[in-house]
Design a protein around this ligand. Structure first.
Ligand SMILES: [Zn+2]
Length: 65
């Protein structure tokens, strides 16, 4: 398993497709922010890895509370 996994997400604000890197050495569950290169707004990303090693991402915007 590669320690860094590249994933593609779409910005919840402007819809731009951006690629992000998830560092799996950070643990099974991670929560981090990535700034959109187009609209410069912070995108909250929750990364979860299940026991089979599949990475799933949950994208949240600042507007979601
Ligand atoms: Zn954006």
């Amino acid at each position: 398993m590669e320690p860094i996994e590249e994933k593609t997400i779409s910005c919840p604000y402007c819809g731009e497709i951006i690629s992000i890197e998830v560092d799996s050495t950070g643990g099974m569950n991670q929560d981090f922010f990535e700034e959109c290169p187009v609209c410069c707004r912070p995108i909250e990303i929750v990364a979860r890895r299940d026991y089979e090693g599949n990475l799933s991402l949950i994208i949240k915007s600042e507007d979601d509370v």
